[in-house]
Ligand binder design. Sequence first.
Ligand code: NAD
Ligand code: MG
Length: 390
Amino acid sequence: MVDTIQKSVTVLGATGSVGQSTLDLISRNRNKFNVLALTAYSRVEELAKAAISFNAQLAVIGDESKLGTLKALLAGTGVEAAAGDEALIEAAARPSDIVMAAIVGAAGLRPTMAAVRRGATVALANKECLVCAGDLLMAEVAEHGATLLPVDSEHNAIYQVFDFGAAKAVDRLILTASGGPFLGRSRHDLLDVTPAQAVAHPNWDMGAKISVDSATMMNKGLEVIEAFHLFPVSKDQIEVLVHPQSVIHSMVEYQDGSVLAQLGSPDMRTPIAYSLAWPERMEAPVKRLSLAEIGSLTFQAPDYEAFRCLALAKEALDAGGAAPAVLNAANEVAVGGFLSGQIGFMDIPALVEETLAQIDMKAPQSLTNVFEIDQEARRLAGLQLESRKK
Ligand code: NAD
Ligand code: MG
C-alpha cells in the first residue's frame, strides 16, 4: 500500500554531508516524502542532478556566477532555477512541511530564519545559527510557532530524553564528545598537524569545516552554546564528557539521580530520520548497535589546555553579548585559513582569542546587528590571518 499523505521537504545545503544523508533517506522513502526545493553553494552539477531525480520544484545555487550553468542543466525539466542570497531565502520561505537547515556556517542564518518565520518545522543541523543568533532565533521560533528539531547528534539525543514537562527536575546535560582525531595529544604535539590529518575523523564522516572544528574541539564548544539555546537549562548545567566511541550521543541527569541517554551507531541518518519522521519514527539503514561487539565504553574529562577552543567557546557563552557571534566568525575565518594551508592548527585558537579580545560590541538586537558583528569579526580575524601566514 502506498501512503497518500506525503510531507514536502526543502533541503538547504543539499550537496553537503548532512544534505546528502537527508536525500538518501528521502530516496528510500519516496512514498513518505517529496522534495520542494534544494539549495547548494557551488556544486551545480550535483545540485541539478538531485533536483531532477527528486523532481524538485526549485533549485537554488548560492554562487550567482553559476546560474547560467544551472539553467542549462535544468532546461526542459520543469525545475525552476535561481541563484544568490535572496533566492536561498526564497527557497526556505516556500511552504514545505519540513526544512532541513544544513548549510554550514553563519551563511545559513537568513534562510533558516526565513523558514522559522513562516512557522515551519525546521530540522536544524546548522548549529552556527544558534551560536551567532541564539536569542533572536529562539524568540522568532516562539513568536511564529515554528518547531525546531535538533539534528546535531548530541542535541537530538538530549531532545529524545529531555522531559520538557519536568524541566525543573533536570540537573545536568552531559554532552559527549569523541575528542576528535587528536585526542590525547598535548599542545606541543598539535603544532604540526595537517589539514588532511585534521579532517580524518575517527567516527563520523562530515564536511571539512565541522571536521576541523571536531579536531580543535571548537565543535563541542559551539555545541555547548547550541544546547544552552535549545534547552531550558542554565550555562553551568551543561557539561562536556569525552567518550571516544561516540556510542552514547549525550545524556540528561535528573534530580532523583536518573541519567537518561540515547545510544546508537555513529551515523547521522539516525538523528536525520528522527527529524524527518517526527513525531513518528521511520526506518533508517544504519548499522545496529552491538554493545557486545564494541565491548567497552570509555570516558574522560576534556583537556581544556590542549583544546583551548572548547574553553574559548564556554567563555564566550559566559560573556554573552556579541561574544558568541564573534567567536563563530573568527573561527570560520581561522578554519578557512587552516584548510587552505595559510596558518597552522594552533593558530586557530590564537586567532579566535585575539579577535574576541579586540571586539567590544553590544548584544545583537536584530539580524542586521548579527551581521554587523559578524563582518567586523571577519575583518579583524582576516588581519590576524595575514599576520600569522606561514
Ligand atoms: P558540508 O560542508 O558537507 O556541506 C555544506 C552545505 O552548505 C553544502 O551543500 C554547501 O553547498 C552549502 N553552503 C556552503 N556555504 C554556503 C553559502 N555561503 N551559502 C549557501 N550554501 C552554502 O557541511 P556538513 O558537514 O553537511 O554540515 C552542515 C551543517 O550541519 C554544519 O553547520 C555542521 O556543523 C552541521 N552538522 C554536521 C554534521 C555532519 O555529520 N556532517 C553533524 C552535526 C552537525
Ligand atoms: Mg554534534
